[in-house]
Write a new protein. Sequence first.
Length: 168
Amino acid sequence: MAKTLHDITVKDAKGQDVSLSMYKGKVLLIVNVASQCGFTNSNYSELTTLYLKYKDQGFEILAFPCNQFGSQEPGSNEQIQEFACTRFKAEYPVFSKVNVNGKDADPWYKFLKSSKGGFLGDAIKWNFTKFLVDGEGEVVDCYAPTTSPLSIEKDIKKLLRSCLILLS
């Protein structure tokens, strides 16, 4: 069982293994995304804004497409990549499609939920649920799909300052 996020390996959009240890020391915002959700335009736009503003300060967004909510992410990994990168200029990684709930839930989403269940209980309620992770790989907070990414900016800045202190 993983102790921190950095002990976990996930699949990129091409199906290749990616160790999350490569993000040690970075503040992460992990989001289950969908291209046909009512929250899509505002969330993707604000995620791109946050990423461009803080990527050079040790911030990373990890997007995980999920088709479990209203079948709002029906495309292939390739189509999802093209959508995110072309329409929303996403420069952050968009990984392979995952299940976030149920018996087929990706093991690492089980880890996220158990780390910071909060309002989730045992299940992610909808697309664009956001997990904020510190530089040590610990889940710090979880935000509802209705929470706009820009409203999380103060929490991101606080964690980035903490990381800078730890690194110096």
